[in-house]
Design a protein around this ligand. Structure first.
Ligand code: ADP
Ligand code: MG
Length: 337
């Protein structure tokens, strides 16, 4: 039998951490579910593992690599010094270590995290993307005439629905300016304004490097949101259980899709994954309108891996239970991702 790989799980912390800090209390809370689930899976797999929590000190990671001598780094780092902008820099650093690491590398993360750049690339390759305009922080706010209302306004490169609420949906120039200014002033980031795509919200999980497997499609349902209200995955719709209950917001497996759509979605999703240089595993956010047209909204390389999240749910439905999923992600670890 092949020797079990030594796995170093790297993740980010909300403040400075010590080299051998005990995270067992944190791991009992909701915010740390992914880390806790991955640790459990490694225990079940009987892989030797160690942990390193990183805030702003890369030296901790270097030390741990020297001491533990991992065969693989399980990369769960999404922030450095509290900033998501550094997610790709961590992967670039891992790449320089020459040790295989799980998930996507710096190129894929760079292309996906910029919601304008990813759409430019895909649009060039004739994949349907919403029309958009970028409104840089501290620059004049202007809506080009080609961008028709309703428009959806969001930060250019945040995630987890940060800065997204019902007022992200705007129907005239006054609302447009107000919302762009709000994001500029409160988050101090560039904004992307996109044509609003009315339709079903689909989440497509994919795993692989060269040979890709598309997992069963998930859908975000808005069962109690009134017909004429825009249905969007706002911050509250994702994270506030009370709010989700009140409006009947549920993540579930996609209901029946129009004839031929499933095949088309699978094909387009694989193409998107490749064009954006994604490696390891990712979840694509897509919208399917009533004419059966499929739009790309965004790609999430290294999506949340907690057992109850969409990605793991899709994997399970495809026959990969949680430890098998973690094992598969480890087997795809690549020093050149
Ligand atoms: N162009 C758009 N048309 C319709 N809905 C959108 C559009 N862009 C974003 N949304 C809605 O907002 C949600 C969050 O946007 P997304 O770009 O996925 O940001 P995040 O990275 O925060 O998940 C989407 O899941 C979708 O519900
Ligand atoms: Mg999203």
């Amino acid at each position: 039998m092949k020797k079990a790989p030594r796995v170093l799980i790297a993740f980010d912390t909300t403040g400075p951490s010590a080299p051998d800090q005990d995270f067992s209390e944190e791991f009992k809370t909701k915010d740390w579910q992914t880390e806790a689930n991955v640790v459990n899976a490694l225990k079940q797999l009987e892989y030797p593992y160690d942990l390193v929590g990183i805030y702003d000190d890369i030296e901790l990671l270097i030390q741990k690599i020297k001491l533990f001598k991992p065969d693989i780094i399980f990369n769960l780092v999404e922030h450095f010094k509290g900033s998501a902008q550094h997610e790709r820099d961590i992967t670039a650093f891992l790449k320089l270590q020459g040790i295989p690491f799980t998930g996507c590398g710096p190129t894929g993360i760079t292309l996906c995290k910029d919601k304008g750049l990813s759409k430019q690339i895909l649009g060039y390759h004739r994949i349907r993307v919403p029309q958009f305009v970028i409104l840089p922080y501290k620059k004049r706010i202007h809506r080009p005439k080609r961008l028709k209302f309703p428009v959806f306004i969001k930060p250019l490169s945040e995630e987890a629905s940060c800065g997204i609420s019902q007022s992200s949906f705007v129907e005239n120039d006054v609302q447009f300016r107000e919302r762009v200014e709000f994001i500029h002033n409160n988050l101090q980031v560039d904004v992307i304004a996109e044509e609003y795509i009315e339709g079903r919200e689909l989440y497509v999980s994919i795993i692989g490097n060269k040979r890709l497997q598309v997992l069963p499609i998930r859908e975000l349902k808005f069962l109690q949101v009134p017909e004429d209200e825009p249905k969007i995955a706002t911050y509250k719709a994702k994270w506030d259980d009370e709010y989700r209950k009140k409006w009947g917001i549920r993540n579930q497996f996609a209901g029946s899709l129009p004839n031929g759509s499933a095949k088309k979605i699978e094909k387009v999703s694989k193409k998107i994954y490749q064009l954006l240089s994604i490696r390891g595993y990712a979840r694509l956010d897509l919208r399917l309108n009533s004419q059966g047209e499929l739009y790309f909204i965004e790609a999430n390389p290294n999506p949340m891996l907690a057992a109850e999240e969409d990605f793991a749910q899709s994997a399970e439905k495809a026959g990969l239970d949680y430890p098998a999923l973690i094992q598969k992600i480890i087997s795809l670890a690549d020093p050149l991702a």
